[in-house]
Design a protein around this ligand. Sequence first.
Ligand code: ACO
Length: 363
Amino acid sequence: MSMGLEDVIAAETRLSAVDGAKGALIIKGYALDQIAGQKSFEAVARLLFTGLLDNLPDESAFAGHLGRARADAFALVQYIDAGILALPPMDGMRALIARIEDGEDIETTLRLLAAPAVLLPAILRHQRGLDPIAPTHGLGHAADMLHMLTGQMTSPEVAGALDTYLVTVADHGLNASTFAARVVASTWSGLTSSVLAGLAALKGPLHGGAPGPIIAMLDGIGQPDNAEAWIEAALARGDRLMGFGHRIYKVRDPRADALKAAVKRMSAGANMLPGRLKLAEAVETAALRILQAHRPDRPLDVNVEFYTALLLEALGFPADAFTAVFATGRTAGWLAHAREQRLTGRLIRPQSSYVGPEPAVAA
Ligand code: ACO
């Protein structure tokens, strides 16, 4: 038995490989640094879907089809009501995505891939008392999402930073949310159900829910000189430092560097708070030193979520929406894994070891 299924191989995949010892991520034959900042989110999503779906649009047409799917997804905005707005954005978005009919075809796939980029900005604008903005024909997925959020056309550097982010998080082996999506796919439930399972698993703070609390940590620390004392106190309370540690990586998560580079590239054109990057770097240095002393037996390095927090904050997303932006990228991976599971896998049904009481034996 392995409680957290550590080291258990439960699927064969052609989609991505995570090398935890080397700190490397391969997506369909490309190293992360060959695609992050190099290929668009649309191109990477299509790459993941290749071989898994009938009638997949060709490379030149895929972005247009996804754009039309965003326009279709905008119809769901009418269901944003007080109940949806009372929920955290991730839960509100999940409730709206649940309205998409289950299916296994390319139309369902594109609708599900498009939906988060449309629904999240609409929810956030509603929360601020603003009208939602419809998708704009011809914009890329990342640029359109930012336009729907802010109402302004963003510079190519800023749209490029979100695009790099979406690509960086698009797929990552058999992580908890992808496993959840594959378990549901293995019952032949349908792609909407798989995406809902992925959303539900992603939102926890041990998985995709970490970047919001990272902003709270940076705000709590305030300035670089306070980092050591704040971190020591947090660990003394038994808290985990959000943005550090990983089940698979025993070295630095390669996605952290891809995102740090994206933060640096766009910092001039975005809403980065003065001194934010410097503060984050001081926190990172202090945290690595203190974690090493705290747990010499356990390599704990920076993970994807740390620089995600900085990047998404600078792009204008509120901290409680960060996980939903993560989901916007990861939906590509969930959909590809769900299709792969449906086509090549079998029902996932492990066993448990019963440690409860035995029935009383009749006298
Ligand atoms: N801060 C302090 N201590 C930590 C941290 C951390 N960030 N990460 C692990 N540890 C400690 C644990 O408390 C544990 O101590 P224990 O053995 O006394 O209980 C020990 O190191 C081993 O950790 P595990 O729980 O075995 O690590 P696991 O592989 O289960 O968890 C995880 C990995 C969940 C990412 C963990 O490192 C963590 O909680 N990090 C903070 C949350 C976070 O950043 N999540 C985002 C992950 S990236 C992603 O999913 C997209």
